[in-house]
Design a protein around this ligand. Structure first.
Ligand code: ZN
Length: 113
Protein backbone atom coordinates (compact mmCIF):
# COMPACT_ATOMS: atom_id res chain seq x y z
CA UNK A 1 0.00 0.00 0.00
CA UNK A 2 1.35 3.35 -1.14
CA UNK A 3 0.24 5.30 1.95
CA UNK A 4 1.79 2.77 4.31
CA UNK A 5 5.28 3.20 2.82
CA UNK A 6 4.84 6.97 3.04
CA UNK A 7 3.70 6.71 6.66
CA UNK A 8 6.75 4.60 7.52
CA UNK A 9 9.12 7.10 5.91
CA UNK A 10 7.49 9.92 7.88
CA UNK A 11 7.91 8.00 11.13
CA UNK A 12 11.56 7.30 10.24
CA UNK A 13 12.20 10.96 9.49
CA UNK A 14 10.62 11.96 12.78
CA UNK A 15 12.60 9.34 14.71
CA UNK A 16 15.90 10.64 13.26
CA UNK A 17 15.02 14.17 14.22
CA UNK A 18 13.96 13.18 17.73
CA UNK A 19 17.28 11.35 18.29
CA UNK A 20 19.22 14.43 17.20
CA UNK A 21 17.32 16.70 19.52
CA UNK A 22 17.47 14.33 22.46
CA UNK A 23 13.74 14.54 23.06
CA UNK A 24 11.33 11.70 23.40
CA UNK A 25 7.80 12.84 22.75
CA UNK A 26 6.44 14.11 19.47
CA UNK A 27 3.26 16.09 19.95
CA UNK A 28 2.49 16.95 16.36
CA UNK A 29 3.75 16.59 12.82
CA UNK A 30 2.79 18.99 10.09
CA UNK A 31 2.71 17.59 6.59
CA UNK A 32 2.26 19.34 3.28
CA UNK A 33 0.41 17.18 0.78
CA UNK A 34 -0.14 18.42 -2.76
CA UNK A 35 -3.38 17.60 -4.55
CA UNK A 36 -1.42 15.81 -7.28
CA UNK A 37 0.76 13.79 -4.93
CA UNK A 38 -1.60 10.83 -5.23
CA UNK A 39 -1.90 10.50 -1.47
CA UNK A 40 -5.24 9.70 0.11
CA UNK A 41 -5.23 11.83 3.23
CA UNK A 42 -7.61 9.64 5.23
CA UNK A 43 -5.69 6.53 4.28
CA UNK A 44 -2.43 8.23 5.25
CA UNK A 45 -3.83 9.14 8.67
CA UNK A 46 -4.85 5.56 9.24
CA UNK A 47 -1.48 4.20 8.13
CA UNK A 48 0.40 6.78 10.16
CA UNK A 49 -1.32 5.69 13.36
CA UNK A 50 -0.29 2.10 12.65
CA UNK A 51 3.27 2.98 11.61
CA UNK A 52 3.81 5.26 14.60
CA UNK A 53 2.73 2.73 17.21
CA UNK A 54 5.59 1.97 19.63
CA UNK A 55 7.78 4.75 18.20
CA UNK A 56 8.54 8.26 19.42
CA UNK A 57 5.78 9.45 17.08
CA UNK A 58 3.06 7.36 18.71
CA UNK A 59 0.14 9.56 19.65
CA UNK A 60 1.43 12.53 17.67
CA UNK A 61 -1.20 14.60 15.98
CA UNK A 62 -0.89 14.58 12.20
CA UNK A 63 -1.65 18.03 10.81
CA UNK A 64 -2.13 17.80 7.08
CA UNK A 65 -1.96 20.91 4.94
CA UNK A 66 -3.38 20.18 1.52
CA UNK A 67 -1.87 22.31 -1.20
CA UNK A 68 -3.80 23.18 -4.33
CA UNK A 69 -2.16 22.31 -7.61
CA UNK A 70 -1.04 24.96 -10.08
CA UNK A 71 0.42 24.89 -13.54
CA UNK A 72 2.10 27.19 -16.03
CA UNK A 73 1.52 27.13 -19.77
CA UNK A 74 4.65 26.41 -21.83
CA UNK A 75 3.16 28.26 -24.79
CA UNK A 76 1.75 31.51 -23.43
CA UNK A 77 3.20 31.59 -19.92
CA UNK A 78 -0.14 31.84 -18.12
CA UNK A 79 -0.26 30.45 -14.57
CA UNK A 80 -3.45 28.96 -13.20
CA UNK A 81 -4.82 26.39 -10.74
CA UNK A 82 -5.19 22.89 -12.14
CA UNK A 83 -7.16 19.86 -11.03
CA UNK A 84 -5.17 17.13 -12.78
CA UNK A 85 -2.14 16.46 -14.95
CA UNK A 86 -4.32 16.67 -18.01
CA UNK A 87 -5.07 20.34 -17.61
CA UNK A 88 -5.57 22.64 -20.52
CA UNK A 89 -4.45 26.27 -20.51
CA UNK A 90 -7.47 28.53 -19.86
CA UNK A 91 -5.72 31.31 -21.72
CA UNK A 92 -4.67 29.72 -25.03
CA UNK A 93 -6.40 26.32 -24.82
CA UNK A 94 -3.26 24.25 -25.37
CA UNK A 95 -2.17 21.31 -23.27
CA UNK A 96 1.51 22.04 -22.79
CA UNK A 97 1.07 22.69 -19.09
CA UNK A 98 3.96 22.38 -16.68
CA UNK A 99 3.00 21.54 -13.10
CA UNK A 100 4.44 24.18 -10.77
CA UNK A 101 2.96 23.02 -7.48
CA UNK A 102 0.72 20.34 -6.06
CA UNK A 103 3.15 17.40 -6.19
CA UNK A 104 4.62 18.08 -2.75
CA UNK A 105 4.74 15.52 -0.02
CA UNK A 106 6.91 16.76 2.80
CA UNK A 107 7.20 17.03 6.54
CA UNK A 108 6.94 20.75 7.17
CA UNK A 109 7.47 20.80 10.90
CA UNK A 110 7.69 18.55 13.90
CA UNK A 111 6.71 19.67 17.38
CA UNK A 112 8.59 17.85 20.11
CA UNK A 113 8.42 18.16 23.83
ZN1 ZN B 1 -1.42 28.97 -22.69
Amino acid sequence: MHEMSIAISIVDAVADRVCQEGCTTVSSIELVVGRLSGVEVESLRFCFAAAAADTSAAGAELLIVEREAAGACEDCGAEFPIASYHACCPSCGRFRVRVTSGEELAVKSITIE
